[in-house]
Structure formats: structure tokens, C-alpha cells
Design a binder for this molecule. Structure first.
Ligand code: 5GP
Length: 204
């Protein structure tokens, strides 16, 4: 059986990767979302076990010790990590899985899964990124400045990804990500068994 695709989406805060991932999941029924664990507090409307697994620092550190995380990183003073079990289960069952994680985490995943599909989401411009981050209006100026600085640093790491998608318009960006996935699924290296079957048929 063909192994599932491990899809990693990153991008700076304000690039709109959450919106893109949400729309993508609606269009791609075979793509499952990897729910991350975090020690940050839930925001309004976030649901335990759907948005994140909201954990105490102690519980998170226990997951690290037990090697239960595929990767983890500290982002804005909070822990974030990808539970390993679900990722392994989905891929082994031939299903695709989507990780929406920061660049530090993505680079760690790439060491373990170089065959993963690494997609970086860029805002149309830095000015637009700042406008979007300010538009959220949920943070203090200090937090905003910190996020902006982190965003600029994140963008530099984007060069190391395999694909880049500009989020000027959500619909267009989602279509671009879907095109990447469609192409990746058709790579010969991911479909050796098709040739094996053909050869087997010829021998019989
Ligand atoms: P937020 O707190 O806004 O939900 O997320 C902050 C940052 O943490 C985002 O860049 C998001 O992609 C990243 N993030 C979310 N889950 C994970 C994870 O499991 N691992 C890593 N490394 N980063 C994550």
C-alpha cells in the first residue's frame, strides 16, 4: 500500500496559514489534521482536542521524556509539539496528515521524514503582514512587536522549504497547495508498486 503524505505547512504569524489549512481540510477528505499539544492557554472559541491538546508544563515535559512527540519547540515562551502516535498510524494506513507547525519544528520533522511535503506560506508583503497582525488586535504592543520580529525571522527559514505559496487570496492559495499535493502523489518514487504490478501482470 502507498504510504500517506506527511504535509507540513509553516509560515509567519499573520500569513494566514490557519485559514488555508482549514479550507484545505474541507476540500481534501483524505487529509487529517495533526492536533498539536501546547502549554499555552486556550483562546476564545478554541476546543480541547480539536484546536490543541492544552497541557500543563509538567504534562508536556512528560511527553518529551517519553518520546511521545515527533517534534517540539518553544514558540513565544510556550511549548508546542506534535504527538507522534497519530502521525505514524495515519501514514501506515495510507492516509495523509497535515502538520501546521513552526519552522523549528518543521526542520526537525524533515530530519526524520525527508520525503515529507514542506510548504511555506508567505504573505503578499511585509506591510500586509503587519496590517494583518495588528488587525487581530488581541495583543499588547509588546507582544505585537515580538510577533513581527519573529515573523521576519521565520520568513528567512522559508528558503529551506520545498514549496512556497503566497497567500494573496485564500481561494487561490488553497488551489496552489492542492496542486502541490496532487503532483506529490504522482511522483514515481511514491508509486513504485504501480510498475511492480504491471511487471507482475506481464510475467503471468
Ligand atoms: P498559536 O499559538 O498562534 O496557535 O501558534 C503559534 C505558533 O506555533 C504557530 O507558528 C504554529 O504554527 C506553531 N505550532 C502550532 N503547533 C505546533 C507544533 O506542534 N509544533 C511546533 N513546532 N509548532 C507548532
Amino acid at each position: 500500500m502507498r504510504k500517506g503524505l506527511l504535509v507540513v505547512v509553516s509560515g509567519p504569524s499573520g500569513a494566514g496559514k490557519g485559514t488555508i489549512c482549514h479550507a484545505l481540510l474541507e476540500k481534501e477528505p483524505h487529509l487529517a489534521y495533526s492536533v498539536s499539544a501546547t502549554t499555552r492557554k486556550p483562546r476564545a472559541g478554541e476546543i480541547e482536542g480539536e484546536s490543541y491538546y492544552f497541557l500543563s508544563v509538567e504534562a508536556f515535559e512528560e511527553m518529551i521524556e517519553k518520546d511521545a512527540l515527533l517534534e517540539w519547540a518553544k514558540v513565544y515562551d510556550n511549548y508546542y509539539g506534535t504527538p507522534l502516535k497519530k502521525v505514524e498510524e495515519k501514514l501506515a494506513a495510507g492516509e495523509d496528515i497535515l502538520l501546521e507547525i513552526d519552522t523549528q519544528g518543521a526542520m526537525k520533522v524533515r530530519e526524520k521524514f525527508p520525503e515529507g511535503v514542506f510548504i511555506f506560506i508567505l504573505p503578499p508583503s511585509l506591510a500586509e503582514l503587519e496590517r494583518r497582525i495588528r488587525g487581530r488586535d488581541t495583543e499588547t504592543e509588546e507582544v505585537l512587536q515580538k510577533r513581527l520580529k519573529a515573523a521576519v525571522e521565520e520568513i528567512e527559514v522559508g528558503r529551506l522549504y520545498k514549496y512556497v505559496v503566497i497567500n494573496d487570496e485564500v481561494k487561490r492559495a488553497v488551489a496552489a497547495v492542492r496542486a502541490v499535493l496532487a503532483a506529490e502523489k504522482r511522483l514515481v518514487v511514491r508509486n513504485e508498486e504501480l510498475f511492480d504490478e504491471m511487471e507482475k501482470g506481464r510475467e503471468e
